[in-house]
Unconditional design. Structure first.
Length: 431
């Protein structure tokens, strides 16, 4: 659970829309269709998201009207509405991500009856239990966390392949040069990820993994639940910017791989990444970036990566002039870093992104380097790193890539008015 900065209340939503939402994430499931059952005022956003990513042909909805609530037949409306949608399709999907909403909770809708009836009517379709219930956004599991579990619920329980590792819970595939992929390739192993699946068969092969891992914090819960259900070892390896933490994570992965192989092979020094060399190349990349960027003010926001404070610490300790961090909550994973920054860099400024007063903030700081879309929006800088949620960055390679992206951002201008309004950065978009 995130520790919020400031009081909750009226919130401002800036036009920086690159982060993924539940529609984008659901679209990762190949040969599947999303069906939302809700009132038309709530439907507008999800419909537009599907249209903007050119995926409207995989999206349907059932409108709930006032009379449906008064008559107390929300179960029937949901069942018959979904049935009507599916019967009108030329080709049935392999799976349906059925999103129920706040109304279903308010009215005590019998969701088990809904799913049982639909599964009986359409035995050839897998129905996945999904939720669009923002009333739970700040308490318990969020709709995003629930979805990152639900989309893997159909994975079959089967015998593991000792040469396969599966990554769950991320919207982006890891870069080919990421530490995890390089380590696995060195040992003749394969990494499978949902963003790389193109067919339902590809998707089902995710459960071949001998080890399940998660690198994106919202995907941790789902990975752990699926590892327990399918009988796999689960490993949480969150992306970060700390040399020591990265090294410990790679050692954990190496140890669990060795243990899972049960004597088929043993990890040797040649099959592990050279940590000293990895760190040296990171230092070289950061040094090069420092020479080019110099004393230019650097602003970081929480949409760039789940560890914005860790990135700030890395840059500050390598001579960069980080002056401001935009964030609305501090993750428990960054509690120690937050305390360190407050002690060592007391003048470092922190600003929210959702407080109403931010709407009127002047956006005229052109001679700064912004890391993240919201930092770009609030400063007005045309020099910004346009990346969200950590994308495919991971480990020492992620640090090097970040340094390269910073150089690129400073040397090449971008148009924030055009780029950061695109929903689901990295998705196909018609904007």
């Amino acid at each position: 659970m995130l520790k919020r900065v400031g009081k909750s209340g009226l919130e401002f939503n800036s036009p920086a829309h690159g982060n993924w939402n539940i529609v984008h994430t659901g679209m990762l499931l190949p040969e599947a269709r999303q069906i939302y059952v809700c009132a038309d005022n709530c439907m507008r956003g999800v419909v537009l998201t599907a249209a903007e990513m050119n995926a409207a042909d995989r999206f349907s909805f059932v409108i709930v009207e006032e009379e449906n609530l008064l008559n107390g037949n929300l179960e029937d409306v949901t069942i018959e509405g979904v049935t009507d949608v599916l019967q009108k399709l030329d080709e049935r999907p392999k799976a349906v991500l059925l999103f129920t909403v706040c109304l279903h909770h308010f009215l005590g809708c019998d969701l088990e009856r809904v799913y049982e009836e639909l599964e009986e009517r359409f035995p050839d379709i897998v129905f996945i239990r999904c939720y669009m219930d923002p009333i739970m956004q700040k308490h318990g599991l969020t709709p995003d966390q629930k979805l990152r579990k639900a989309i893997y619920d159909p994975l079959p329980v089967k015998e593991a392949d000792p040469d396969v590792v599966t990554l769950l819970g991320s919207d982006f595939a890891l870069d080919e040069t990421s530490d995890i992929k390089r380590l696995l390739r060195m040992n003749g192993m394969e990494l499978r990820e949902l963003p790389e699946c193109r067919t339902w068969k590809d998707y089902e092969r995710l459960s071949d993994g001998n080890i399940f891992i998660a690198c994106y914090p919202p995907g941790k819960y789902g990975m752990e639940m699926q590892a327990e259900r399918i009988g796999r070892k689960g490993l949480y390896l969150p992306g970060n910017f700390d040399y020591e933490e990265i090294g410990e994570q790679l050692k954990k992965l190496g140890d669990i791989i060795e243990d899972s192989q049960k004597g088929l092979w043993n990890i040797t020094e040649q099959k592990m990444l050279d940590i000293e060399k990895e760190i040296a190349t990171c230092e070289s990349a950061l040094c090069e970036a420092g020479k080019i960027i110099g004393d230019i003010p650097v602003m970081i926001d929480h949409t760039f990566h789940p560890r914005p404070l860790g990135l700030a610490k890395l840059l500050l300790t390598h001579g960069f002039h980080v002056t401001r961090i935009y964030l609305d909550a501090v993750s428990p994973e960054e509690k120690e870093v937050a305390e360190w920054l407050q002690k060592e860099y007391p003048d470092l400024a922190y600003e929210p992104t959702i407080q109403p007063e931010m709407r009127m903030r002047p956006r005229n700081e052109e001679n700064v380097l912004a890391i993240g879309q919201k930092a770009a929006w609030f400063t007005g800088s045309r020099h910004f790193v346009n990346l969200v949620q950590g994308a495919g960055l991971y480990g020492y390679d992620g640090i090097r890539r970040t340094a390269e992206l910073m150089i690129e951002a400073w040397q090449e201008e971008k148009d924030p008015e055009d780029l950061i309004i695109r929903k689901g950065w990295g998705c196909e978009s018609c904007i």
